[in-house]
Design a protein around this ligand. Structure first.
Ligand code: ATP
Ligand code: MG
Length: 461
């Protein structure tokens, strides 16, 4: 893959370390000394280093772990820094004033530095029957495993080998129990333990495999990949809000399009957006093109540092369903008996689809409301006369609705002329604007005229 090629140049040190390649994980623990890996404290957040040092000076073991180590090994910039220690959460709390303990399922210490939070977790055993069995559902999903363990146990209960590397602050070495260093070198995502069993324990790991494969440009190792094709339905057990969190990580990463295509490939997408997935299967062309453009657009915004909102993504992902339902609705106004206007039909369709959507993946209310506004505002772009365009531009959701309109125009769902008009209208000066609203849409003019109420005779006023 393209990215692996780029990576490999950057991680020549890894290739030197592993000249042999027999496909099997190393039999025993690998410890890379400071000279054998590229991680230096200067690349870490200063606060993470502070936390590591204070734990270490307090007499505890302290390691950087997870995505932070993985990304630094690949010479990428980590998103966040997680710490693992043998200190209990209470012991961590006693070392830091700015520390809060969170979580009931498994207690974690959050050390706060302004907006940055360093998460400190006590080593976990994963499963240790001696103290108490982890609570599992019939299907083998872990509901509770709040047992502390050793460093080694902590490594084996993690998901993928590349996520189970530990940077030891005591001697600056990197500790690898599961073969993660070699998998980094090979550019592969490999599940620790029996993949099928580990997906049963936590089905979200399937989504994580896809996410890391896309993010790093890695292959998913065969045994790790195979069960994904058949175990997708396990995702039905995952709480809707957790799926939403994963959805954000996957689709706001700057690689939404590639992620979407991979999820479709593994038939996982339907557990996130079932209605959209069905529509994509039934219809060629438009819905697919529209989604591709929307995701490309999101990726481009991320790449150029522009703000993105989950509401826009959700609006795009559900649009075809909303549009079709609104178009086919024959609901009538209870008094006048006329067919409901388009924005009202869109409102009802949006509300119904969101209700349906919430059964699989549910988003916070404010984003659902915003998605609905984006849909409902679409018909307003057709009204281009008088004061209406000026008033519309003042609407807090105008910008999002306009960006959405551009996508629709780009894929030919609506006439390009409408979108061009609005682009021009926003750019131009007030004199030109007046001209534009006067010249806008002839058919619209006659329709509006017909609707206008007759003026009362002057004598009665
Ligand atoms: P990112 O760069 O997206 O933060 P990450 O690997 O740090 O990637 P996190 O979700 O922050 O991902 O999790 C931190 C670490 O916790 C992971 O690297 C992994 O070791 C472990 N972990 C997270 N989720 C799971 C899971 N579902 N099962 C097992 N281990 C997990
Ligand atoms: Mg992380």
């Amino acid at each position: 893959m393209k990215f692996v090629g780029q990576q490999k140049q950057g991680v020549g040190w890894l290739q030197r370390l592993f000249s042999r390649d027999d496909g099997e994980p190393p039999a025993k623990i690998v410890v890379l000394s400071r000279a054998e890996h590229p991680i230096s404290r200067s690349q870490m957040s200063r606060n993470a280093v502070k936390v590591l040092n204070r734990l270490n000076h307090g007499g505890y073991k302290a390691y950087l772990v997870g995505g932070g180590v993985r990304d630094l090994m690949l010479e990428r910039e980590p998103k966040d820094f997680d710490v693992a220690t043998d200190a209990t959460p209470e012991q961590v709390k006693s070392l830091f004033r700015n520390c809060r303990l969170i979580g009931r399922r498994f207690r974690l210490a959050h050390v706060h530095f302004g907006r940055e939070i360093i998460e400190v977790a006590t080593f976990r055993s994963g499963q240790d029957g001696a103290v108490s069995e982890p609570v599992q559902t019939e299907k083998g999903m872990i509901l509770r495993d709040n047992l502390y363990g050793t460093l080694e146990e902590d490594a084996w209960r993690r998901d993928f080998t590349i996520n189970a590397l530990y940077y030891n602050i005591a001697d600056f070495s990197v500790v690898d129990y599961t073969g993660g260093v070699r998998d980094l070198e090979k550019g592969q995502i490999r599940m620790i333990g029996d993949p099928e069993q580990r997906y049963h324990e936590d089905p979200v790991r399937m989504l994580r495999a896809v996410r890391f494969a896309v993010k790093l440009g890695f292959q998913i190792e065969k045994k790790t990949e195979q069960p994904i094709f058949k175990l997708g339905s396990l995702l039905e057990q995952i709480p809707q809000a957790r799926l939403y969190e994963e959805f954000l990580k996957m689709f706001q990463s700057g690689q939404a399009l590639e992620t979407f295509e991979r999820l479709r490939h593994y038939d996982l997408f339907r557990y996130l957006f079932p209605m959209t997935d069905r529509m994509l299967d039934q219809q060629e062309g438009f819905p697919h093109n529209f989604l591709i453009r929307a995701l490309e657009n999101t990726d481009h915004r991320v790449a150029t540092g522009k703000p993105i909102t989950p509401a826009f993504l959700i609006a795009a992902l559900l649009w075809e369903g909303v549009r079709q339902r609104a178009a086919s609705s024959t609901a009538k106004h209870p008094e006048s008996g006329e067919r409901l206007p388009e924005n009202v039909r869109l409102h009802h369709a949006g509300r119904d689809l969101l209700r349906e959507q919430r059964k699989s993946l549910s988003m916070p209310k404010r984003f659902a409301i915003m998605a609905q506004e984006i849909w409902e505002l679409q018909p307003r772009f057709e009204r281009r006369r008088g004061r209406q365009p000026y008033r519309f531009m003042e609407h807090p959701r105008f910008r999002a609705a306009y960006d959405f309109l551009l996508l629709r125009a780009e894929v030919g769902e609506i006439e390009g002329e409408v979108a061009e008009w609005w682009t021009e209208f926003q750019k131009t000066n007030s004199k030109e604007r007046e001209k534009m609203v006067n010249e806008a849409g002839g058919s619209e003019k006659s329709r509006r005229r017909r609707r206008r109420r007759k003026k009362k005779p002057a004598s009665t006023s």
